[in-house]
Design a protein around this ligand. Structure first.
Ligand SMILES: [Zn+2]
Length: 58
């Protein structure tokens, strides 16, 4: 389950690298479609730190 406040937070969250909006990826990640970084969500808290991100290879 995604916590409701996380969905609200999504409106104001942005990728720290390119400042683009993030989209929910599964239930435990936030993805930037610009740079393909996926930021983990731990215990309902998005880890928007560049070193925490992994770049999704397509
Ligand atoms: Zn980005």
């Amino acid at each position: 389950m995604v916590p409701p406040d996380l969905l609200e937070m999504l409106d104001i969250l942005a990728c720290p690298v390119c400042l683009k909006p993030l989209v929910l990826r599964g239930e435990d990640g936030l993805k930037c479609n610009e740079c393909k970084r996926v930021y983990p969500i731990r215990n309902g808290i998005p880890m928007l730190l560049e070193p925490e991100a992994m770049i999704e290879q397509l």
